[in-house]
Design a protein around this ligand. Structure first.
Ligand code: BG6
Length: 468
């Protein structure tokens, strides 16, 4: 089977992880510009000041993507580059930069797939309470409108937010992302509601502009599976699914919050400030979503847990590796002896991907899905000057196979974006953890080099995945 002609083969990046130029051409300071400079927060103090200098080298990078045959490039717009203070004046140089990136993509027939929020928020807004402050909702919608109007004639695929569970969870429960707050359940849930509302309002606005493109949201999907068939672990797994998946997709696709979670957090004493009007905005926009974006790296292996503790997570245990109790103490994720893990402790499970996709279909039906991220973080071997990233090829091959199988089973998947197009800054793990098809030499003026996976993915695209 070949992938259909309208299935997009892509690759992704995010502004803070590639652009650099953190204080150039009128860009405002972001929360990540500040957070990454707090000692101990990131691997060896790495930050995105220069990143891989995509800001100055986008032409070279997009040419490399075009030569790879990439059909679509998912990138994010840096909010503080467009509106330096979060609200108010627009920075013409910021608009110019993204116009250039978009036009460069279109020159090669690459479909730009744009994320509006991939975690870098104007610091001015973060200082006023970030996502816990309702004023941030309207500031975001205004920023979204600015982007729709500036770029919407050429950009027909929009993602509002990337991985709400990550920036809210690590930001307000685990203290590992800005604003580095630990264990504040109220702030966490309030922030997620405010994000869903900002999403719904942006969708409504986008549709009213009649630009006839697609809009959706991206969540990271780490499907929860019980470690065994003991009833207590199965119950804990259902709990994890509610908290980590349904809480995130239900308000978007069903227009309402899962009752199970609403009841549960009420018992925990969490009070969300949500008005009837806000809930109505979320409800009435649910059927306007054109797709959901789904990032998949690994499943969660779940078992019951009895001890409630607020754990401040460090770089090592905050980005995916199992071994963490849930914030409410009900379940924990565990490492299993019979599973395979990456060097950073992330389980490699294409089977979990397929099973997870089937579970989503059961709950949400035929919703259109783009796999907006999937990839292997590794330290790539260099042999005789060549970057021989065979494990990445194997990883993507198996996961593309799972996508193919899911499509055969009726899951409506319309595109696959490997993470990442080019080696980039891992938020907390520096440049050591590589994901790209294109290598960046940090010892030699950030020179680019095609990896083995680059040639392999090119072939996959040319043959529309027939040999997968
Ligand atoms: C996703 C993010 O959560 O995971 C990416 O959307 C990120 O921005 C990717 O880089 C991999 O995470 P990490 O921690 O390995 O860089």
């Amino acid at each position: 089977m070949k992938f259909a002609k309208d299935f997009l083969f892509g690759a992704a990046t995010a502004a803070y992880q590639v652009e650099g130029a953190w204080n150039e051409d009128g860009k405002g300071i972001s929360n990540w510009d500040v957070f990454s400079k707090i000692p101990g927060k990131t691997f060896e103090g790495t930050n995105g000041d220069v990143a891989v200098d995509h800001y100055h080298r986008y032409k070279e990078d997009i040419k490399l993507m075009a030569d790879m045959g990439l059909e679509s490039y998912r990138f994010s717009i840096s909010w503080p580059r467009i509106i330096p203070n979060g609200t108010g004046e627009v920075n013409p140089k910021g608009i110019e930069f993204y116009n250039n990136v978009i036009n460069e993509c279109l020159k090669y027939g690459i479909v730009p797939f744009v994320t509006l929020y991939h975690w870098d928020m104007p610091q001015v807004l973060e200082e006023k309470g970030g996502w816990t402050n309702k004023a941030t909702i309207d500031a975001f919608v205004n920023y979204a409108e600015t982007c729709f109007k500036a770029f919407g004639d050429r950009v027909k695929h929009w993602i509002t937010f990337n991985e709400t569970v990550v920036f809210c969870g690590l930001g307000y429960l685990a203290g590992a992302h800005p604003p580095a707050i630990v264990g504040d359940k109220n702030k966490y849930f309030q922030a997620t509601h405010n994000v869903f509302l900002a999403h719904a309002k942006s969708v409504e606005l986008y549709k009213s502009l009649k630009q006839y493109g697609e809009i959706g949201i991206t969540h990271v999907y780490s499907p929860a599976f019980s470690v065994d068939d003991k009833e207590e672990n199965i119950k804990a797994t259902e709990h994890a699914r509610n908290l980590d998946t349904y809480w995130y997709y239900d308000p978007i696709l069903k227009g309402e919050y899962p009752k199970y979670v609403v009841d549960h957090i009420e018992k925990l004493g969490v009070k969300i400030d949500w008005t009837a009007e806000e809930l109505e905005i979320i409800r009435r926009n649910a059927d306007k979503n054109d797709f959901i974006g789904l990032n998949y790296y690994q499943p969660q292996r779940v078992m019951k847990n009895d001890v409630q503790e607020n754990v401040e997570r460090t770089r090592e245990n905050s980005t995916g590796s199992p071994g963490n109790p849930s914030f409410d103490g009900v379940y924990k994720t565990v490492r299993m002896d019979d599973k395979v893990y990456t060097k950073w402790g992330w389980e490699i499970s294409p089977e979990g991907f397929l099973d997870g996709l089937k579970l989503l279909k059961e709950r949400y039906g035929d919703v259109k899905i783009y796999i907006t991220e999937n990839g292997l973080g590794d330290e790539d071997p260099i042999i005789e000057g060549e970057v021989v990233d065979i494990p990445r090829i194997k990883f993507i091959e198996k996961h593309l196979r799972a996508v193919k199988d899911a499509i055969k089973e009726g899951v409506n998947i319309k595109g696959y974006y490997a993470w990442s197009a080019i080696d980039l800054l891992s938020w907390l793990n520096g440049y050591k953890k590589q994901y790209g098809f294109i290598y960046v030499d940090h010892n030699n003026n950030l020179e680019r080099k095609k990896k083995a996976s680059y040639y392999w993915y090119k072939h996959v695209i040319e043959t529309r995945g027939e040999e997968i």
